[in-house]
Design a protein around this ligand. Structure first.
Ligand code: HSE
Length: 343
């Protein structure tokens, strides 16, 4: 039985909790995987139970204070108190991403890994800003570090590169890594204005709390930094990613691309220079010919193309966000941790 502590109680936490509740029997009988949630904490409060929280009661709460009083319930411990207690097997870090500092998530991940506890996160901050330090800590402490949900939600972009393409040299990564801007560009191509397309993307829940992170390319840049470091073995900082967004694209630009048989896409890429091994990482709007597989990816979907030596180009298309989808990424990391423990 794996004991989990969640940091964060938003869309991704709920998506994960729902999967753990609804698939408990399937996960037990198929994979021998059993988990209980012994704590959930946010900046505003926490609830803990050594014997496990009731997931149905938890999912019925809008905030943690609403969790019913039952015997064995402890309230009010801070995030550092809970993380440093070590009374859990894996920390599920799903608080909101802060790409400026990566905090408080980096501190939580570090504290858990130092104690030999597993860490699974969908928060881009720790992986974009502190991947090397945290993966070294995990290795040195024999702890699992999972971060599949940081790029393309539950679409297995990182796992494809790390596992299925192991043995190939991946020389370049290029993708549509932000659903909000891809949705907006698709709508603008159909005649909607930039402003209306952005409002629509916010209404549909695609955009970050501050949508400048989407339209100015910073969300995609965080994912490019993760891909460069995880897949290409670089040591890039976020500031190394040359970043621009889609703000300047006008209806006239859309029309010119259409007339030329092309399509605007916000492309994140990390490319290794074969001569000196350096990596160039960019996020910028590009006009793609319709023959490019990324040109055909419309709406909120994400996609990634890996350029490999043995297999040529491989493109993966799928959802890039969402509670159930990113919850699946957390589950896939939990199952990997479970498999590792059995080896
Ligand atoms: N706002 C992001 C997007 C969510 O639109 O892709 C996932 O990082």
């Amino acid at each position: 039985m794996i004991r989990l502590v969640f940091i964060g109680f938003g869309t991704v936490a709920r998506g994960t909790l729902q999967i753990l509740r609804d698939r408990a029997e399937f996960l037990r009988t198929t994979y021998g995987f059993e988990a209980m949630v012994v704590g959930v904490a946010t900046r505003r409060g926490s609830v803990q139970a050594a014997a496990g929280l009731d997931l149905t009661a938890l999912l019925a709460c809008d905030s943690l204070e609403q969790y019913p009083d039952m015997s064995g319930i402890v309230r009010g411990a801070s995030i550092p108190n809970i993380v440093e207690s070590g009374d859990y097997d894996a920390l599920i870090e799903v608080s909101a991403t802060d790409l400026s500092t990566g905090e408080p998530a980096i501190t939580s991940c570090r504290a858990a890994l130092e104690r030999g506890k597993g860490v699974i996160t969908a928060n881009k901050g720790p992986v974009a800003l502190a991947f090397r330090e945290l993966s070294d800590l995990a290795r040195n402490n024999g702890a699992f570090f999972g971060y599949e949900g940081t790029v393309m939600g539950g679409t297995p972009a990182l796992r494809l590169a790390r596992e299925a393409l192991a043995g190939c040299q991946i020389t370049a990564v290029r993708g549509i890594l932000n659903g909000t801007t891809n949705y907006m560009l698709t709508q603008m191509e159909a005649g909607q204005s930039y402003a209306d397309a952005l409002i629509e993307a916010q209404r549909l829940g695609y955009a970050e709390a501050d949508p400048r992170g989407d339209v100015d390319g910073h969300d995609a840049a965080g994912k490019v930094a993760i891909l460069a470091n995880v897949v290409l073995g670089a040591e890039l900082k976020l500031s190394d990613v040359e970043t621009s967004g889609i703000r300047g694209i006008s209806a006239a630009d859309m029309e010119m691309a259409r007339a030329a048989g092309e399509r605007w896409k916000l492309i994140g890429s990390a490319v290794r220079n074969v001569k000196d091994g350096t990596i160039r990482a960019t996020v910028r709007a590009e006009r793609l010919p319709l023959s490019d597989p990324l040109a055909g990816v419309g709406g909120v979907s994400n996609a990634i193309t890996y350029q490999t030596d043995l297999m040529g180009a491989i493109t993966l298309i799928g959802a890039g966000a969402g509670g159930a989808q990113t919850g699946f990424a957390i589950l896939s990391d939990l199952l990997e941790m479970h498999r590792d423990a059995g080896r």
